[in-house]
Every structure is written in C-alpha cells, then in structure tokens.
Design a protein around this ligand. Structure first.
Ligand code: UDP
Ligand code: MG
Length: 136
C-alpha cells in the first residue's frame, strides 16, 4: 500500500558541473515532492564506495565511485505520497537513451554513467541512504 514516504535523491556531479541543480529541483517540486533537507557536499571515494556497496561486484563499480566523488553533489530528502516509485519514474531509465520523454535523465542525462540523478529504489534502501547522508 502506498503512503507518504521519504526517498533519497542525489544530483550527481555531471549535473552540478552544468549548473542544472535548480532546474532539476524544479522538476521535483513541479511533480509534488517537498525537499525536506538538502546539502551540497563533495564526498571522498571511500564514502562513494560505502554508498554504492551493493554494486561492489559490478564491473562499473570502480568508475562509478570515482565519478560520484569527482565533484560536488546535492543530496536531498524528498517527501511525497508514493515518493520512492514516483521519483524513480520521474528520473527515468538508468540509461538516458532508454529513458521516457519528459524524464529527468532523458532531459539532462549524458550517458549511462553520467545520468544526472540517483534515487533510492526501495523503502529499505531509502531509509539506509537517508541515514547515510543525514545522520542526525
Ligand atoms: N552505472 C554505470 N554503468 C552501468 C550501470 C550503471 O555506470 O552499466 C551507474 C549509473 O550511474 C547508475 C549507477 O551506476 O545510476 C547505479 O546503477 P543502478 O543499476 O542502481 O541504476 P539506477 O538505480 O541509478 O537507475
Ligand atoms: Mg540503483
């Protein structure tokens, strides 16, 4: 059953580099999300490795962690009814080439690795990821 939920969103280095953070935040707000907390940070590779631990056996893991730690990012807690799935839908497919029209990754993503945004994929991961960046 759907409910008011919180999910973790990240505006990734490729988007911050192109100064797209306000445009992307507007996409969230227009779609009914409330930004509960946000901060701009630059994480270390070690922190990226911890955050993306679920992917540690994947061939792209090292490049992914290098990339997420390569520049500043915006991390946000987004809140909305059905936030986790609705955010995944708004983001679009992992590969921007396969993402639906109107999605954030279709509009702003550069490639499968530089795809502008991260969003939690389940209730369990949303809790873990929110805790990871917002410990208080
Ligand atoms: N990724 C990549 N190459 C791939 C698959 C994924 O570089 O072949 C990166 C991409 O940045 C993606 C992240 O790894 O957003 C996490 O992958 P996941 O499959 O969890 O995709 P997401 O949940 O972000 O859509
Ligand atoms: Mg994922």
């Amino acid at each position: 059953m759907s409910d008011v939920e919180q999910t973790l969103s990240i505006i990734k280095p490729d988007a911050v580099e192109r100064d797209l953070q306000n445009k992307i935040k507007d996409e969230f707000i227009k779609s009914g999300f409330t930004i509960i907390k946000e901060k701009k940070i630059h994480i270390t590779k070690i922190e990226a490795e911890e955050f993306y631990k679920v992917h540690q056996t994947k061939p792209f893991y090292n490049d992914l962690c290098e990339y997420l730690s390569s520049g500043p990012i915006f991390v946000m807690i987004l809140e909305k009814f059905n936030a986790i799935l609705d955010n995944r839908e708004l983001m679009g497919a992992t590969d921007p080439k396969k993402a639906d029209e109107g999605t954030i990754r279709k509009k702003y993503g550069v490639s499968i690795d530089k795809n502008s945004v991260h969003g939690s994929d389940s209730s369990e991961n949303a809790k873990k990821e929110i805790q990871f960046f917002f410990k208080d």
